[in-house]
Design a protein around this ligand. Structure first.
Ligand SMILES: C[S@@+](CC[C@H](N)C(=O)[O-])C[C@H]1O[C@@H](n2cnc3c(N)ncnc32)[C@H](O)[C@@H]1O
Length: 210
């Protein structure tokens, strides 16, 4: 991934944050070694913080891989909260469960395998926060399906919305076009209020107003 944040600034930010515990560290190492695209600690900290600011108790994650971002969300919701992990990889789910157990978080994470969007359709009730990190061609559909499922004041948080800066290029590939459409939707649709933070690969934060 080419960086949208200047490398020296990125290194500066990385140098400011405290070291992670053994489990998160090991996940970061596994992700680097196996090229698993995790959000990393700067965005992980943001997810934790957004859960706290929103007072989130019920969280849904779309596209969880080995559960790195899930751990930040699960810590963010606290002991009374819960997070639904979704990913179509059975092996990812097995690996994630091992990490959740070691982190003492199995009790607040519901691990589900299959298509994240189909799982969303099957779940009942509203969510305080939905974190989206699925394959990029699904982003516009995620917006359409996720916003009605948020409580008023709830957040739809989305990774990779600047996509290494490719969103600035017209006539781009299918994934980039889908992200560009998503970014228009979150800014133009009545009833939601959005901000994009140029952190790491760009994070979209959309609040449901009405
Ligand atoms: C970018 S990775 C997720 C990383 C994770 N959020 C983290 O930061 O630790 C995306 C994951 O979602 C899975 N995925 C993509 N589209 C999906 C879909 N529609 N349903 C289920 N899983 C999906 C991919 O196989 C991959 O494991």
């Amino acid at each position: 991934m080419s960086h949208i944040v200047d490398e020296s600034v990125e290194n500066y930010l990385q140098g400011l944050i405290p070291d992670r515990d053994e489990v998160l560290r090991e996940m970061e190492e596994q992700a680097a070694k196996e090229k698993i695209p995790i959000v990393g600690p700067l965005v992980g900290r943001l997810l934790w913080q957004l859960c706290r600011v929103a007072g989130a108790r019920r969280v849904l994650e779309l596209g969880s891989a080995i559960g790195y971002s899930t751990i930040w969300l699960a810590r963010g919701v606290g002991e009374e909260g819960s997070v639904i992990f979704t990913d179509w990889g059975e092996e990812n789910a097995r690996t994630a469960k091992g990490y959740f157990e070691r982190a003492g978080l199995l009790g607040r994470i519901d691990v589900r395998t299959g298509d994240s969007l189909e799982i969303l359709d099957q779940l009942d009730g509203e969510f305080d926060l939905i974190f989206n990190d699925v394959d990029k061609q699904f982003y516009p559909t995620v917006f359409e399906k996720a916003v009605p499922r948020l409580r008023r004041g709830g957040l739809l948080v989305c990774d990779n919305v600047l996509w290494s800066g490719k969103v600035t290029e017209a006539g781009a590939d299918e994934w980039t076009e889908a992200i560009r459409k998503y970014n228009r939707l979150i800014h133009e649709t009545p009833g939601v209020f959005s901000t994009i933070l140029p952190l790491r690969d760009g994070i979209g934060i959309t609040m449901k107003e009405a």
